[in-house]
Design a protein around this ligand. Structure first.
Ligand code: G3H
Ligand code: ZN
Length: 287
């Protein structure tokens, strides 16, 4: 089954697929092993910065290796690629999925460049899934030290969403519905009614994606899935777990120099979070 098929299955059955970011191969292992243990698919993402660190070809090779080793569907996404060139680089390297994020550009440019990426990607690989983004998502994947104010104009408008997907041909749409990137200082408040309206406006074969999944209370995540979110992105929660486990390991064993020893607790910490999220998303036993 293609990624598109799993996303349609998730929407029809009322669950969501998880998307988790990596910049190291041990995080890749943690995510794919967690998915294997829960008998579900793994979607692994690299932002431009993460991909630069790990390597595009290396990420593709890891995807192939974990598919082979674990025998589950593993999909690789170019998360928040912010130019046509960067997105095409991921297509050329063999990514299964592209997220072209031109949400900071004027609407017309967002449409024409996103469409250009869709056409380029589908020509190279008809099975590829392409995500566009509409609305403005503040923050970055870290623990926020300042309060982030979401403005009404940041939010995705349902009618514009309909227009955007029909003019670009994207398979997935990332929406701004009260979410931000990173762990916010105050409790996030998703606009569930808005998600519902976007879901009604956009054709069913286009998946709605919720970014900034870290720190959103479980009840809101469940409510978002109930009204049609089919894919949820998590980065900060696993970054924090990874970093905290490493810090603890070094404080307990300051003389340890073997990476395969000092990073195993960090890998386990990531795996634990990923399993918790996949269970929350209702993704268990879906392959
Ligand atoms: O694309 C990545 C995600 O949107 C990550 O968001 O760091 O708030 O979990 P997060
Ligand atoms: Zn994101």
């Amino acid at each position: 089954m293609k990624l598109k098929d799993y996303l349609e299955k998730a929407l029809a059955e009322g669950w969501a697929t998880g998307h988790f970011n990596v910049s190291e191969s041990d995080q890749f292992r943690a995510i794919t092993e967690a998915a294997k243990e829960l008998n579900t698919i793994a979607i692994v993402g690299t932002s431009e910065g993460e991909a630069k660190h790990l390597g595009y070809f290396e990420a593709v090779a890891l995807r192939d290796a974990f598919r082979k080793e674990l025998g589950i569907p593993v999909f690789l996404n170019s998360d928040h690629h912010k130019s046509v060139e960067a997105a095409e680089k991921a297509v050329d390297a063999g990514y299964d999925s592209i997220h072209i994020d031109l949400s900071a550009e004027p609407y017309k440019k967002n449409i024409s460049w996103t469409k250009e990426v869709v056409e380029y990607a589908k020509k190279k690989n008809p099975e590829i899934s392409v995500e566009g983004e509409l609305g403005y998502l503040r923050g970055e994947s870290k623990i926020q030290k300042e309060k982030i104010i979401i403005r009404p104009e940041d939010l995705t408008n349902p009618d514009t969403a309909k227009d955007f997907v029909s003019r670009t041909g994207v398979d997935r749409l990332a929406v701004a519905v009260g979410n931000i990137h990173g762990l916010s200082m105050d409790e996030p408040a998703l606009d569930i009614e808005r998600i519902k309206k976007i879901r009604e406006a956009v054709p069913k074969n286009v998946a709605l994606v919720l970014h900034g999944g870290s720190g959103i209370p479980d009840g809101q995540i469940r409510a978002a899935i109930e009204v049609g979110i089919a894919n949820i992105h998590i980065n900060t929660d696993i970054r924090v777990a990874y970093a905290e486990a490493l810090r603890e390991e070094f404080s307990k064993n300051p003389d340890e120099t073997a990476p395969y020893k000092f990073d195993s607790s960090a890998r386990e910490a990531v795996k634990k979070i990923v399993k918790e999220k996949l269970e929350l998303f209702g993704a268990k036993n879906r392959i």
